[in-house]
Write a protein that binds this ligand. Structure first.
Ligand code: FAD
Length: 327
């Protein structure tokens, strides 16, 4: 086992998943604090262009693993490729983003190589020469500190939004490669087509400004106030789960643990209490403004600016003021 941290970088059609960039932020912090080396692993049939992008970040190397069987995600070939690289390189820890693909892959990989797996981590501590990880339990009500006791490499998946990809340190990492032999790997599953869920809809992950609306809006007819505010700000509209469950807004606008993870420059939380399942999806916002009639609402704990009062009165005033300022 060497003192190295590996981070798997996931990508689709040459585009790196933001959750992987966030995971790399964690890797950079862990490496800086522990003095361990940090290496990125990129799997694909032609991982070069992605490796080039990752090589502009602060890392010790970017390792490309190329094979036609790694063209798109498929568990047998990806598990076999990673198993071979890990057996050869024996890193201390392998970090992966906690995205659907890795929720599928990580347990299979842990079982294949016989090591410990910790999922959905949100933080870590370095003390006494060892890493302890933090993950939420009991419906995110408690933060548990967990130390893995298996042999290395430990596998750790990292919650989307737990780190901010804007915090990535730039650098220049030398390219490297590993050869894997996947000839005997029996591929038992084939992806026929990738269908984009957001096609024709809204992709909140790319929005700079989001007005989030919660149960405090009281009834569907009042949503017009939110539409007006969003229009004045040039914002997209997001929602807490009750608003979506009521059928007042589309499911793709739900933000939180069972919705989207967003990182806008500005998030205006209107009548949202700040339940952890919502916060986990928007805490990466650069600036959070909260409007809530309850001064003790948990949303104020993470808000940069708070307005205590009735949303139904405040939203129209804000809209008017913004329009005045813009005109
Ligand atoms: P509430 O908690 O009811 O809060 C409404 C707020 O509005 C209150 O703070 C109140 O003070 C304020 N208010 C009331 N009237 C006014 C007014 N006139 N003016 C100003 N403020 C007012 N939730 C999500 O959002 N996203 C998820 O992805 C998600 N996933 C979940 C997954 C699981 C497994 C579970 C169990 C729950 C999940 N939830 C999710 C639900 C979550 O636990 C909360 O119930 C939800 O976020 C609360 O939504 P809210 O803040 O709109 O409503």
């Amino acid at each position: 086992m060497s003192e190295t941290i590996y981070v798997v970088i996931d990508h689709t059609n040459g585009e790196i998943r933001n959750a992987s960039w966030e995971t790399l932020v964690l890797g950079q912090r862990m490496a800086a604090q522990s003095g361990f080396e940090l290496h990125a692993l990129i799997l694909g049939d032609d991982p070069g262009p992605v490796a080039e992008q990752v090589g502009r970040k602060q890392l010790d190397s970017v390792i490309a693993v190329a094979d036609p069987k790694l063209r798109s995600y498929e568990p047998d070939s990806h598990c076999a490729a990673l198993s071979q690289v890990l057996a050869e390189d024996a890193p201390h820890i392998l970090l992966m983003a906690h995205i659907y693909q890795n929720i599928d892959l990580a347990p299979k990989l842990a079982a294949a190589i016989g090591t410990g797996l910790l999922t959905d981590c949100i933080d870590y501590r370095w003390e006494g020469g060892g890493f302890t990880f933090v993950r939420q339990v009991f419906r995110n009500k408690i933060d548990a500190e967990i130390r893995i006791r298996s042999r290395h490499p430990w596998l750790v998946t990292v919650q989307s939004g737990a780190f901010n990809s804007d915090d990535l340190e730039d650098g220049s990492a030398p390219p490297a490669s590993r050869v894997v032999d996947l000839a005997s790997v029996q591929v038992r599953r084939e992806s026929l087509e990738t269908i984009e869920g957001m096609k024709g809809g809204v992709d909140l992950t790319k929005a700079d400004i989001i007005v989030g609306v919660g149960r405090g809006i009281k009834k569907e007819e009042n949503l017009q106030l939110i539409h007006d505010l969003a229009e004045a700000l040039g914002a997209e509209i997001g929602a807490s789960r009750p608003v979506v469950d009521n059928g007042w807004l589309e499911r793709e606008r739900q933000i939180g643990s069972s919705g989207q993870n967003v990182q806008p420059k500005l998030y205006v939380a209107c009548g949202i209490s700040g339940a952890i399942q919502h916060i986990v999806g928007m805490k990466g916002a650069q600036c959070i403004v909260a409007i809530n009639s309850d001064p003790n609402a948990p949303i104020f704990n993470i808000a940069n600016y708070g307005i205590v009062g009735d949303l139904l009165e405040i939203a129209p005033v804000l809209t008017r003021k913004i329009r005045e300022l813009k005109s």
